[in-house]
Design a protein around this ligand. Structure first.
Ligand SMILES: Nc1ncnc2c1ncn2[C@@H]1O[C@H](COP(=O)(O)OP(=O)(O)OP(=O)(O)O)[C@@H](O)[C@H]1O
Length: 254
């Protein structure tokens, strides 16, 4: 592991057990991992291997059964619910597969909402929302409802919402999973651009083309780390070689 990288997030002995009636399912099992600043980390693994569960634990969206997550030196499971909500609002952005926008708020208000929730200065939030809408090609869509724009525009609004408070880290759960090819490429280009500007990103994906954008891959198998692969920076002209490398790595780990 390169020593020059700074650890941003550290998970230790992370476990998540789901209980349904008398049945228990160990979805995440004793995971230790580090996420580094400015990395674009990709999490891959077969369906049901525990990728989304792991992402929810790392981002504080779901509570661990055992173990701990430290983000920027702060232990998430020592926070009260209120403290965790505040910490998440300020430090963490999350992009869902299906955008998860509030249906009866305009795109502009959806994007600005986490800024208001974090009690930031209203004028500063509005200005940041306008800047993000411009950089994500949404400047004409601000007054529309989510139902009045395309899936790609909804997802770009969800990215803007995730960025409104300048989070330290952005988590994305299959952010291109419900988009067509073109919309997916636009979203990946945006994520690559954010990362090139220094944004730390952790993304779960099934898609080899999406995985190519990362510089580090974590492979999950049966709720455990099945391997990690340092891929180096993404270069569009080497995308097909990288895709082949990821495919070979993932299939070899199954
Ligand atoms: N709320 C829940 N209650 C019970 N079991 C759950 C719950 N959420 C997830 N699971 C189970 O935990 C395992 C891991 O689920 P998870 O969604 O994390 O997998 P995944 O790798 O993200 O899958 P996919 O790629 O299909 O989205 C699966 O077997 C799933 O059925």
């Amino acid at each position: 592991m390169p020593t020059s990288k700074t650890i941003m997030l550290q998970a230790s002995n992370l476990c998540k057990t789901y209980t349904t009636g008398k049945e228990q399912y160990h979805a995440v099992r004793n995971v230790d991992l580090s996420i580094y600043e400015r990395d674009f980390t990709v999490i891959m693994g077969d369906s049901g291997s525990g990728k989304s569960t792991l992402l929810y634990l790392l981002s504080g969206l779901d509570a661990v059964t055992a173990g701990e997550v430290q983000l920027q030196g702060q232990q998430l499971n020592q926070f009260s619910a209120k403290e965790l909500a505040r910490f998440r609002a300020n430090q963490i952005g999350f992009i869902y597969q299906n955008s998860n926008l509030v249906p009866d708020l305009t795109l502009f208000d959806n994007i600005a909402l986490p800024g208001y929730i974090a009690n930031r200065d209203k004028e500063a939030v509005k200005q940041r929302a306008h800047e993000l809408m411009t950089s994500l090609y949404l400047e004409k869509e601000g007054s529309r409802l989510p139902s009045q724009v395309s899936g790609g525009q909804q997802q770009r609004a969800a990215i803007a919402r995730a960025l409104i408070n300048n989070p330290d880290i952005v988590f994305a759960d299959e952010p291109t999973g419900s988009l067509n090819y073109e919309q997916g490429v636009t979203v990946l280009d945006i994520l690559s651009g954010m990362n090139a500007d220094g944004q730390s990103i952790v993304m779960v994906t099934h898609d080899m083309k999406a995985a190519c954008r990362g510089n580090r891959l974590i492979y999950i198998r049966d709720g455990k780390i099945g391997g990690t692969l340092d891929m180096g920076p993404y270069a569009p002209e080497q995308a097909s070689e990288r895709e082949a490398m990821i495919f070979a790595y993932v299939t070899g780990r199954r």
